[in-house]
Design a protein around this ligand. Structure first.
Ligand code: AMO
Length: 436
């Protein structure tokens, strides 16, 4: 029979000075040395040693010890003693040891990290994988990142909005959409809240943000692409691209600072000794200069209008250091909503924020003139009639505005030097994975 659990304390709260302790956690390790046995019990705050001198504890405790398996949930209540050799310098000698939930044997994954596992096995068993302190640490940091983003934007007067993920038209070009069955209508999973956040500028909200899923039916199988990503999207009225680049840069710095302040244990667990809050302002280089630098370094010229591929991104990253912006992109390779320069319409007021490992964000000053927008939609080979719901607000008073989308998964992956963006996502979706 299970006792009612009344006084459970987190493992980390039990100090060498505690007299007694009552914990509930997972059995991290079992060591039976004959007359003496040890259970390491773990919760998300740490690990504590339960020391069982077999001759001095009750018969029920010995029986439970024989039965319990690794990763079972146990309830321990007992006397706390200071010991140098144990984790955290303390141990519990149990008066009560109960199995709350027995784990099956064998485990599909070794939580103690003694046996390394492939990423696929880890993701197949994510609930177990996430018990590993290093994985918990990643998601603690991810939580802090999103919390810091929300605080930063809220304090700057932004409204948080939530827009539909079921849509009738593409935002980021005509391809890469997931069609869905939506009664008798054609519908898709949204690639970006782009059109909605712009519509809220017409509503006069002035500063909005959304943190939500974006869906990309890309067939890439790389360490930086997901089919479902989390985007931090921002839109601001009465400003241009440089205004929103300032917001992005300040926000990234704020997020790093908050992680550095509030996640020191997680960073230590991840061995991020070199975690540095970016201090200098992020360099801004025009696309034309970027292709020249990359072309020279690779000894392979990049033509104006070509995308900056992974190899070029790599050499540019080596040249530029940490975060930097590439600005003034060719209009032809940016979406229809990016504002061309009046005096040089072949380039537009669009930018990408780069980390040496990958692109983190794209943004732009937007076209707010209805007729120019219609022309640009048509020039991309799209049918403006499909965008009537989006175009309508541009006929009834649309302020100048600008914004960006920042990949939350990529932000966390680069911040923590994770080799694969999937490691920053609890249940990643890629071409081969829709479960769990
Ligand atoms: P873009 O398509 O560049 O721009 O996306 C913005 C940011 O979202 C992240 N991202 C991804 N992350 C992982 N896997 C993917 N498949 C993926 N696709 C995008 C990246 C990227 O920089 N509407 C514009 C934003 C704007 O202009 O406001 C947009 O969606 O970090």
């Amino acid at each position: 029979m299970h006792r009612q659990i009344m006084t459970r304390v987190p493992v980390c709260a039990i100090t060498p000075d505690s007299v007694s302790g009552e914990i509930i956690g997972w059995v991290h390790e079992i060591r039976d040395l004959g007359g003496l046995a040890f259970l390491l019990v773990r919760d998300r705050t740490g690990i504590i040693q339960v020391t069982i001198p077999k001759k001095k504890v009750g018969e029920e405790i010995i029986a439970t010890l024989r039965e319990v398996s690794r990763e079972s949930v146990v309830h321990v209540q007992g006397e706390v003693k200071a010991v140098n050799k144990a984790p955290g310098g303390r141990e519990i000698i149990p008066k009560v040891l109960l199995i709350v939930s027995q784990a099956q044997v064998p485990l599909p994954l070794d939580v103690s990290e003694k046996v390394p596992a492939e990423l696929d096995t880890r993701l197949d068993n994510r609930f177990l994988d996430a018990r590993r302190p290093r994985v918990t640490a990643v998601f603690q940091v991810r939580s802090e990142v999103q919390h810091a983003v929300r605080n930063f934007l809220h304090d700057d007067g932004f409204y948080e909005i939530t827009t539909s993920k079921i849509v009738a038209a593409a935002t980021e070009g005509g391809t890469e959409l997931f069609p869905i069955a939506y009664f008798e209508k054609e519908a898709f999973l949204n690639q970006s809240p782009q059109l909605y956040k712009q519509m809220m500028m017409a509503a006069g909200f002035e500063k909005v943000y959304e943190i939500g899923p974006i869906f990309r039916a890309e067939e890439h199988n790389t360490t930086k692409h997901l089919n479902e990503a989390t985007s931090i999207d921002v839109e601001v009225s009465f400003t241009d691209h440089t205004g929103v680049m300032d917001i992005l840069e300040n926000m990234i710095r704020h997020v790093y600072r908050e992680v550095s302040t509030h996640c020191s244990d997680a960073l230590a667990c991840l061995e991020m000794d070199s975690f540095v809050v970016p201090s200098d302002s992020f360099p801004r280089i025009p696309y034309r200069d970027a292709i020249e630098i990359a072309g020279k370094k690779m000894d392979e010229p990049i033509a104006f209008g070509d995308d900056i591929g992974t190899a070029a991104e790599k050499v540019l990253g080596e040249e530029m250091g940490t975060h930097y912006f590439i600005t003034d992109w060719p209009t032809a390779i940016k979406p229809y909503y990016a504002m061309p320069y009046e005096d040089e319409p072949e380039i537009c007021k669009a930018f990408d924020l780069m980390h040496p490992r990958m692109e983190l964000s794209s943004g732009a000053e937007r076209v707010h003139d209805h007729d120019l927008l219609v022309r640009q939609i048509a020039e991309k080979g799209l049918n403006p009639d499909n965008f009537e719901f989006y175009l309508k607000p541009f006929r009834y008073g649309m302020p100048p505005h600008a914004g960006w989308g920042l990949g939350s998964d990529r932000l966390v992956a680069t911040m923590l030097s994770l080799p694969n963006v999937r490691e920053a996502v609890l249940f990643p979706r890629d071409r081969h994975r829709v479960v769990p």
